[in-house]
Ligand binder design. Sequence first.
Ligand code: PEP
Ligand code: MG
Length: 877
Amino acid sequence: MEKYVWYFHEGSKDDRMLLGGKGANLAEMTRLGLPVPPGFTITTSACLRYLEEGEAFLDTLKEELEEKLKKLEQDMGKKFGSVQDPLLVSVRSGAAVSMPGMMDTVLNLGLNDNTVEGLEKATGSRWFALDCYRRLIQMYAEVVMGVASFLFSQELERIKEQYDAEADNQLTPAALEELIHYFKKIVVQETKEEFPQDPQKQLLKAIIAVLNSWNNRRAVVYRDAHAIPHDLGTAVNIQAMVFGNRGEKSGTGVLFTRDPSTGEKKLYGEFLMNAQGEDVVAGIRTPLPLDQMKEELPKIYNEIEEFAQRLEKHYKDIQDVEFTIEEGRLFILKTRNGERTAAAAIKIAVDLVEEGVLTKDEAILRVPPSELEKILHKQVELGKGYEVLARGLPASPGAASGKAVFNPDLAEKLAKKGERVILIALETTPDDIHGMIAAQGLLTTRGGMTSHAAVVARGMGKPAVCGCEALRIDTDKGQFSAGNHTIKNGEYITINGSTGEVIKGDSEMKEPELTDTTEKLLKWADERRKLKIRANADNGEDAQKARDFGAEGIGLCRTEHMFMGKDRMHLVRQLILGETEREQEAALENLLPLQQNDFREILQVMEGLPVTVRLLDPPLHEFLPDLLELQEEILRLEKIEDVELAQEKRELFRKTRNMSESNPMLGLRGCRLGIIMPSLYEMQVKALFRAGTELAAQGKDVIIEVMIPLVSEAEELAFLQPRLEKAIEEEFAQQGTSLEYQIGTMIELPRACVTADDIAQHADFFSFGTNDLTQTTYGFSRDDAEGKFLHYYLEKKILADNPFISLDKKGTGRLVKIAVEEGRKTRKGLKIGICGEHGGDPGSIEFCHNNGLDYVSCSPYRVPVARLAAAAASIRE
Ligand code: PEP
Ligand code: MG
């Protein structure tokens, strides 16, 4: 028969799935001989059975519970429910994955009108016995009977006032007796039931409440937000009470073995004398910094320090420890790996290597690459004492500030005028997408980490705070309130999508930088990784950023943006809409020097490193005028009888309509345009090599790779490649010099993947464009999917992840594997990379490593993430 109740010494830290994190660590500390009050743990699998079978299952547990309780009584030399010196216990939740504060706890169980007298007799303190009793009634009523907590705190305040006590520990026994009387009355008023006097009933009901708290709303939302499975269940820890409220020589506190926000090595904590655990968190009295204990209780402080260090060495990580002092004796009640900021996580991992606790490999694996990403987003430079209005879920990292706006149309309008706005909504819908695109960041009051706003924001790389329930939005008035603040339409706010904070006022933004510590960790990662890391950049500034972050080349220089500026758009239109060769040639001639400048800048920054330039791949509609706007313009011109201009616009309308596509994502894109209009690609390579030879002449090391986009058929390459080579050779001849170069292709269509053996005959390298490959594998257009239905798919778990963010290994990944295999069949050792957005996603990077790619290319800010992820993949392999 399965054992459902474990005495502490029976388990160890490796049993966390079964005993929960808290239970496993209590077991481990018991084994280590630390002063842990004895107790036992009901397993998570008992919880799951209880949740399935209901209270009937508790009969199965009964015998084991009685047996363990008896042992506890023997160990403590006290009896539960006895009127002489009674044993009191705590009942605490504790899941396998830490969910701080989300589930329930009841302390001081076992007290009633009779045993409280026994406690007084045994300890000689009436005050102490009554203090425990009033705490039990309140906590039990809240957790087990569902009474609102403010009713008790109100009553406590009233009695404190009546008895002229500044703090709860100054209440006299008489005051406490009165408090208990009123607490019991509250229980009856609110539940029509008496506070139970039977200790066995108290214990059982507390266990049931803690088991049920696995599914309370808070806990469910938290699990959703942190992608914690809902089928783990919680363990329940039943432990002998030790008392921090036993008098002035007693107390309670929490500590971190290092500073959880900076990682600095220094005990960092707080304590309260004559108090019980929850007082520290509840903020009833202000706790004192742990440093102060050094002077006041040096012996205890030294003991705490020694245990803390032992625990840290043992767990090889920062520990978050809870302790209680009872009449000068120290007890450890909890330890767990401490929650920390991204910056602290990195510093701690590096320091632990230098202290000889971790190996470099362990340190690399210790820092999740996603943590590194947090410190590489733009960050708000917050002045001292900034005001946090509310906290929501950190749904999409980074920070942004702007004017509060409650309407997507207005957001769009203001953004067009160059204003920064934060779009605020109960929850966004696909209809709001224009406002979301226009906004610097998003703030919603409903919905979790997979809500529409969260998914879209992450997809767009915009900061978002979601599910911020503390905000009250009044859309009609255009304002929100949080606590006693009201923020009206147009007032500045800041959101921090990495922490979930909503902050009053505007903030300066600062560019992220790598600290020395981070550099150190990344250097270790570089020694371990096999994948090269390149960046996607299409201007000098981004290329420089990428290089600063450690990029080893440019894996994708998109040339579309170079055609978009004001000075260029009319030339591009002239090219696309031009009906004579002369018209087109003139446009190309004018574009060439502009392109040459663009390329020079990037090649210069990336000196000595390869730069992959992709020839134009435009969604054509982005270059064409808007037909509706044109139509309106024509009507206006006809009205004012500007015959000539109206005629010109009608002509433009006709040409534009001819070029319009019913599905631009599948239209005249990529190499198709290059094939129809070979002179365009010829111009691009001429501009590129003119810039290249010019720099080479100055003694610069220039490494150019030309990349052809959206190829589906080997013959497309066979058509283009010789023409490009000819244009390049002509350019060399004209300059009287030459450079080495390669011409390769993007692999971003399913047909290209399955015919990669043919394609490799004409390509010096492959680079997977997994954005398009995902679109065409699923038949989703990304904008439509993310704007309209993907969030629903994620919510309903039809898709586990957004395939545009983490590579779909089963489908898209399968095609990638086929292409690698087929490509290298034709060309042994063919160089292969990836330059879709997945190139910066840790999970996808691991896939690339495991499937023999040579490099990943990602946005400059993700280069460090990729360096770390590539090393982790290599170590794990
Ligand atoms: C891709 O499709 O993955 C790619 C890199 O090209 P783009 O995103 O420019 O279409
Ligand atoms: Mg593409």
